[in-house]
Write a protein that binds this ligand. Structure first.
Ligand code: FE2
Ligand code: FE2
Length: 175
């Protein structure tokens, strides 16, 4: 086994955090779906899928490292939101929490001189910068638009989606 039992336990805990983030995003997406804000709903359903993929990266890593996957209890997500701002703030707070969790894992790899796990975690360090940045931007857009002008937010999210879709298509062409 390439990782210690303590590291194995810490990584199992992170699987729980990532699945927890996934469920939280499903709850946020369903809230927007119900409010007839389809672009915001779509954006957060997609985020939910990404968080599941994050959890699966940890699963695969633990197996590869010869450890044992034990998925912890996942707490229920918050499902009700009074405003759009509250829901998006919840998303940003969640990403900030996950960033602290990833940082704590990296700290632990230093303590254990576990270079393999530290290397594995670098992808998440980079990913969290992106996740916090996009959640922060979305929150500012929501605050600027205000609860009466959420169609502006919908247009912004749709534009971002088409832009990243076009960028992906260009990357495919140049491959
Ligand atoms: Fe994540
Ligand atoms: Fe995330």
């Amino acid at each position: 086994m390439l990782i210690s039992h303590q590291m194995n336990a810490a990584l199992n805990q992170q699987i729980g955090y990532e699945f927890g983030a996934s469920l939280q995003y499903v709850a946020i997406a369903a809230h927007f779906d119900r409010e007839s804000l389809p672009e915001l709903a779509r954006y957060f359903y997609r985020q939910a899928e990404e968080e599941r993929e994050h959890a699966m990266r940890f699963v695969k890593y633990i197996v590869d490292a010869g450890g044992r996957v034990e998925i912890p209890t996942i707490p229920a997500p918050q499902s009700q939101y009074a405003t759009t701002e509250e829901a998006v703030q919840k998303a940003l707070d969640g990403e900030l929490t996950v960033t602290r969790e990833i940082n704590a894992l990296v700290d632990f790899t230093f303590k254990e001189t576990d270079h393999t796990t530290r290397n594995f975690l670098q992808w998440f360090v980079t990913e969290q910068l992106e996740e916090v940045s996009s959640a922060d931007t979305l929150l500012r857009i929501v605050q600027r638009a205000g609860e009466q002008n959420l169609l502006h937010v919908e247009e912004y999210v749709a534009r971002q989606r088409h832009r990243s879709g076009a960028a992906l298509a260009r990357a495919d062409e140049t491959e």
